[in-house]
Design a protein around this ligand. Structure first.
Ligand code: BGC
Length: 269
């Protein structure tokens, strides 16, 4: 629980927020005082449960269904968000998925699908949020920034990943999308940053941690000696959304227990 309401009065939209990392970020932002729109594409019951959980802890949340890769649905989602909350202060581009295959067997459909959700989705949502940030300017009562965008990327924006070319390419794309938006928008006091998670226990990578053997194998890649929790990511998101990180833009925070530290080199090299 965040005892300080560092995001009080702010309005946030989290994409892909009814499970895994997105759900934890939505709860974290709400606990820090933000009103949260929970975007989802499937499983409305999970969204309802999350809204109940947030509201019984004293927060405020709504659910908005939209496929982030579809321009008309993203625009409709932002209209709904602005109607409900009046404005937006924080966008968390979290929606993402994997469709894994060796590169020579990867279908164009799976390539396009992953790029559409993981990369184009971040562009489409950022574009709508930025329009509102520019219209509204700095909301002096609740933040010294005109708006914050947090891109949820992956350690695979840096670590090549055999068997996951579409996913790694999408996350590599997110990195330069994020940095370019940060460079372009800093003059308007809009901050854009990434959180790049390592292995976090969620449904996306269940196969990699569900048995003790698998988990031991995974831990070989994590110097800090534990698989990540969704709250590890939520804590970083709350901080990046708050004025405590006001001078940070264009940065990637790796929340990965050291996965990006070339653990294969621990013994010699
Ligand atoms: C992937 C997970 C994987 C992790 C570390 C994430 O971006 O979605 O499946 O466990 O990176 O490799």
């Amino acid at each position: 629980m965040h005892t300080q309401q560092v995001l009080k009065g702010q309005k946030a939209l989290v994409t892909g927020a009814n499970s895994g990392i997105g759900a934890a970020i939505a709860k974290g932002l709400a606990a820090a005082g933000a009103e949260v729109a929970i975007n989802y594409v499937a499983n409305p019951h999970a969204t309802d449960r999350l809204i109940d959980e947030i509201e019984s802890a004293g927060g405020k949340a709504i659910g908005i269904k939209a496929d982030v890769s579809k321009e008309d649905q993203v625009q409709a989602m932002f209209r709904e968000m602005l109607d409900a909350f009046g404005t937006i202060d924080i966008l968390v581009n979290n929606a993402g998925l994997q469709r894994d295959a060796p590169v020579h067997e990867m279908s164009l459909e799976d390539w396009n699908f992953v790029l559409a959700v993981n990369l184009t989705g971040q562009f489409l949502c950022s574009r709508e949020a930025i329009k509102e940030f520019l219209r509204r300017e700095v909301p002096r009562d609740c933040s010294c920034s005109a708006g914050k965008i947090i891109c949820v990327s992956s350690v695979h924006d840096r670590i090549p990943w055999a068997g996951h070319a579409n996913y790694a390419a999408s996350k590599g794309g997110v990195m330069l999308l994020m940095m370019t938006m940060a460079q372009e928008l800093a003059r308007y006091k809009i901050r854009v940053n990434s959180i790049s998670p390592g292995a976090i226990k969620t449904p996306i990578n269940k196969a990699a941690w569900e048995t003790p053997d698998k988990e031991a194998e995974l831990l070989e890649l994590i110097p800090y000696g534990r698989v990540g929790k969704v709250e590890d990511i939520a804590n970083a998101a709350v901080w990046l959304a708050s004025d405590a990180s006001d001078y940070i833009t264009g940065a990637t925070i790796y929340v990965d227990g050291g996965m990006t530290l070339y653990p294969g080199f621990r013994e010699g090299g």
